[in-house]
Design a protein around this ligand. Structure first.
Ligand SMILES: [Zn+2]
Length: 488
């Protein structure tokens, strides 16, 4: 029972609002009802709100008496949640509210995502807007839509929708950490045209496969140095190509599935002289041993498999084959630069993500990230240069802007001071190599918004294992209230 779970928990109004919004289905792109609830609740508090075309809501709370001249502070949360459940759980995310329970210091849902990401942020913002005892400057409470599946709300904020030049985003997942930056990203997609020619003579057709890699998220896992299936396959094909007597013919290449995932699997169909069959198997085994050695820690189960395949369609001519393999081999992959300001932060990276063969040729999708705009464009241009040498057609997506860490930020300095005086210790200062709403919102409203992000401790977000630490919610909320007070 939800009421039972939150009984006696502090801050009482935060848990009250969390329970209220948990009863309202609010999966990404289904935020209408929760936005109505927020507008209605604000109106009942006597606060004005406005809504833009995509659905974002901003609630305006005028300053306390005598604090009218204080800077306007934007407090920002996202209203949607990820909807995941365990196989054996009956739950309709369009109709059913989230049921949760208490487990020691944690609140956890009954087999579904909890929605504490970013439900605790939403509930805390409502509790803060309601609090009449707090002394504060003008507040703009910004509730965005669809963060989880496209950053849609942030991407559509109109200039002027918010006016504050100080922003606190309440959507991080580690109490005691202040976030001050994130990466922007874009995709570079290239199609290398190929000419095909029938293969003459006595030949064997094979499928060469790379399997068993770990993969992972191309942002937050890129620093782990895991192997890329497309790159390992390319190395294997190049080894076969130079190792067999008559040159190998290439028929098709496939691999990877998502632009934001490090590819785990890839395969190619090749044609070699029938006499070279044993040689191909031998080279593949050598490559597997090489990769198992080089990636012993990150990808111990790396495999290179060779299987006989049916008669293939005409193969790429030699010039096309060389262009495709050289491009794949030439594309950079992985971390390009670490930050000089934030320890352990990947500043710039690129991921060779997906490849497909079609009538148009071989299409390769890559994605680039950086917390510095110029470096995001630089690495995308570097990838495009390799593709250009291979005669490719290149398409660059619009992408989204990053949030460049500013270690000299005034809000960060204040944030550290307030944390220290409240809890007697230094907060950690971090940035992440993935997208957050902060950079986009800042860009949309014309820049210059001094921003930090913080939140309670949430473990396992986006999965049915999601749980939030009860004591961290109180610490987070008290810190938020103290920040608002000290910025007035
Ligand atoms: Zn979130």
């Amino acid at each position: 029972m939800n009421e039972e779970a939150i009984n006696g928990l502090k801050p009482e109004r935060v848990w009250f609002y969390f329970s209220e919004i948990s009863a309202i289905p609010r999966g990404s792109k289904n935020e209408k009802a929760v936005l109505e609830y927020i507008k209605k609740t604000a109106a009942a508090m006597g606060l004005k709100s406005k809504q833009d075309k995509v659905g974002n809501v901003v609630v305006m709370k005028p300053a306390s008496q005598g604090k009218e001249q204080s800077p306007t502070v934007v407090l920002q949360v996202h209203t949607d949640m990820v909807c995941e459940k365990n196989r054996d759980v009956q739950h309709d995310f369009l109709k059913d509210g989230i049921k949760f329970h208490r487990e020691g210091n944690f609140i956890k849902a009954d087999g579904t995502t909890l929605g504490s990401d970013d439900g605790i942020g939403v509930a805390s913002l409502l509790a803060l807007l309601e609090d009449k005892s707090l002394v504060h400057g003008p507040i703009e409470g910004l509730f965005t839509i669809d963060e989880e599946t496209g950053l849609t709300g942030a991407n559509h904020i109109e200039p002027g929708f918010i006016t504050g030049k100080i922003m606190m985003n309440l959507d991080s997942e580690e109490e005691g950490v202040l976030y001050i930056g994130c990466a922007g990203g874009l995709d570079t997609t290239m199609t290398i045209p190929v000419k095909r020619k029938a293969v003459a003579g006595k030949v064997s057709v094979f499928t060469v496969m790379v399997r068993g890699l770990k993969g992972g998220h191309s942002g937050v896992d890129i620093h782990l140095g895991r192997a890329n299936a497309l790159k390992l396959l390319t190395r294997t094909l190049m080894a076969i190509d130079s190792g067999t007597k008559m040159k190998m013919k290439l028929v098709s290449l496939e691999g990877g599935s998502k632009h934001n995932a490090i590819p785990r699997e890839a395969e190619a169909t090749i044609v070699v002289p029938a006499a070279d069959e044993a040689k191909v198997r031998e080279i593949a085994a050598e490559c597997e041993a090489t990769f198992k050695n080089a990636f012993a820690t990150t990808d111990p189960d790396a495999k290179v498999l060779v299987e006989k395949a049916k008669k293939a369609k005409p193969a790429f001519d030699d010039k096309s084959k060389a262009a495709v393999l050289d491009a794949l081999n030439g594309f950079p992959h992985g971390v390009i630069r670490m930050s000089s300001d934030i320890p352990d932060l990947v500043e710039t990276s690129t991921n060779v993500a997906v490849m497909k063969t079609s009538a148009a040729g071989v299409t390769i999708v890559t994605s680039q990230r950086s917390s510095i705009e110029s470096e995001k464009d630089m690495i995308a241009a570097q990838v495009a240069s390799v593709a250009k040498l291979a005669g490719a057609r290149i398409k660059v997506s619009d992408g989204y802007p990053g949030w460049q860490p500013n270690v000299g930020s005034a809000v960060l300095a204040k944030g550290k001071n307030v944390y220290r005086s409240l809890y007697g210790k230094e907060p950690a200062v971090k940035a992440i190599h993935a997208g957050l709403e902060c950079g986009i919102i800042n860009d949309r409203v014309g820049g210059g918004v001094d921003t930090i992000s913080f939140g309670p401790t949430i473990i396992g977000p986006h999965s049915p294992d999601e749980h939030v630490a009860i004591d961290s919610v109180e610490k987070f909320y008290n810190y938020l209230a103290e920040m608002v007070k000290s910025l007035a």
